[in-house]
Design a protein around this ligand. Structure first.
Ligand code: SAH
Length: 286
């Protein structure tokens, strides 16, 4: 203070001026504090295995005052949050409607405006079929700082676990992530774009629409014998895989107990571990 203009005024004997300046500076510092909004970290929690959290996700999680999480986030991951952090479930329980995106948006904004460090934990990556874009949009419009921490999306976690190379030189030169959420209706996917045999297709939220996926891809020109996999609860202790041919996709999906699950369609599926195990079993039986 002594080095600045207030100090100069004081030393020069202009005490009233110095006093007024000091009061104003203090008032502004206070106002600055009140304006200080918290931050929302939009964090990808990966596909389930806590070892697949990024170091940054872990770091941010341990700094959070409050954590909003959904149904895809495993308890082992929530365990990594600070003991005194508040944990708020904002997902959907089986058979029950969720609390709604508007309500989630508002709760995130309110917590941040109260000056708290907010973590919004989402399964996989926040920007892959996770409505992270909508939350980012809402928070930015509300003037709240948002930091994004990427996560390992389900397709990458499940493919790694299954030893399934999603691209392969000369065999799969394109990779497509699509959602076949029944709620959006079958028209929501333009299957004609996916007829190319060198495209690996990973379908999110497609377990209950497997017949539609099969028909769409066959109509688009995919061979009915194309190898497919249904990968359920990937990277979790109870993960499950079923492999077969595109024509049989609904039958394969029916063997899966519970989601979340991905459908993977493409010749590269024949390189995966579950495929090699199934092929060996057929050989032994024959
Ligand atoms: N943001 C998430 C996806 C959310 S959409 C991500 O990047 O992974 C929810 C869908 O993701 C599920 O219906 C399922 O298709 C897929 N999914 C998420 N976790 C999964 C897992 N552990 N194993 C298989 N599929 C999973």
């Amino acid at each position: 203070v002594i080095d600045g203009p207030i100090g100069a005024a004081f030393l020069a004997g202009r005490t009233e001026e110095a006093d007024a300046s000091l009061r104003s500076a203090i008032a502004h510092a206070g106002a600055g504090q009140q304006d200080k909004r918290g931050v929302v970290h939009l964090v990808g929690a990966g596909p389930g295995d806590p070892d697949l959290l990024t170091l940054r996700a872990l770091h941010v999680l341990q700094s959070a005052d409050i954590v909003f999480y959904d149904e895809l986030v495993s308890p082992e991951i929530l365990d990594r949050a600070r003991r005194d952090a508040e944990q708020v479930f904002v997902g959907k329980r089986k058979g029950q409607p969720g609390i709604g995106q508007d309500s989630i948006n508002r709760q995130l904004a309110e917590a941040a405006m109260a000056g708290r460090i907010v973590v919004r934990l989402k399964g996989g990556d926040p920007f892959i079929f996770g409505r992270g874009g909508e939350e980012l949009d809402y928070l930015q419009k509300a003037g709240i700082a948002v930091m994004i921490v990427p996560g390992i999306t389900a397709a990458l976690g499940c493919a790694a676990e299954a030893g399934l190379p999603l691209t392969f030189r000369g065999e799969a030169t394109r990779l497509c992530f699509v959602t076949a959420n029944a709620a959006d209706g079958p028209q929501s996917v333009d299957w004609s774009l996916l007829g190319d045999p060198k495209t690996s297709v990973v379908v999110y939220m497609g377990l209950s629409s497997s017949a539609m996926v099969r028909d769409g891809l066959i109509d688009a020109g995919r061979d009915r014998e194309t190898p497919v996999a249904v990968l359920a609860r990937g990277t979790r202790p109870d993960s499950q895989a079923a492999v077969g041919r595109l024509r049989d996709l609904p039958a394969l999906a029916a063997t899966i107990g519970e989601g979340p699950a991905l459908l993977v369609i493409g010749d590269v599926v024949a390189r995966s571990e579950p495929w090699r195990i199934a092929a060996r079993q057929i050989e032994v039986a024959a």
